[in-house]
Design a protein around this ligand. Structure first.
Ligand SMILES: [Zn+2]
Length: 121
């Protein structure tokens, strides 16, 4: 009988001879470790965008709110990352998936309008 070992944790595999891993956990660990570097970069950016989107949605549950930018900065919002832009006469909306914001500068007070993405955007 041929002995086979898990490619992830090196434990001996019991059962089917075509098995490469103990279970789905070992399979996922192995594939995560063997991702090319750009895949980690993509995951990292996706994480930032996901966080931005969740901050926007938590601050604007009704889909339209004006807040101070200092508040969103304190929550770790990253202004360098967004999924797309939508330009209007009043300014440029930066979108993170289905939420977006427009920076407002009222008498030196930095504020932003958070909106839910509309179909025309
Ligand atoms: Zn294993």
């Amino acid at each position: 009988m041929q002995h086979k070992f898990c490619l992830s944790c090196s434990k001996e595999l019991i059962g089917r001879t075509d098995k490469k891993f103990c279970d789905s956990h070992c399979r996922a660990t192995f594939h995560n470790k063997n991702k090319p570097p750009h895949e980690y970069y993509i995951l990292e950016i996706n994480g930032i965008l996901r966080k931005n989107r969740s901050i926007l949605s938590s601050l604007s549950p009704e889909g339209k709110t004006t807040i101070r930018t200092s508040l969103i900065k304190s929550l770790g919002f990253n202004f360098n990352y967004f999924t797309n832009v939508f330009k209007t006469k009043t300014g440029t909306y930066y979108l993170c998936y289905d939420y977006g914001y427009l920076l407002l500068n009222n008498k030196g007070q930095e504020k932003m309008l958070i909106i839910k993405k509309q179909d025309y955007m």
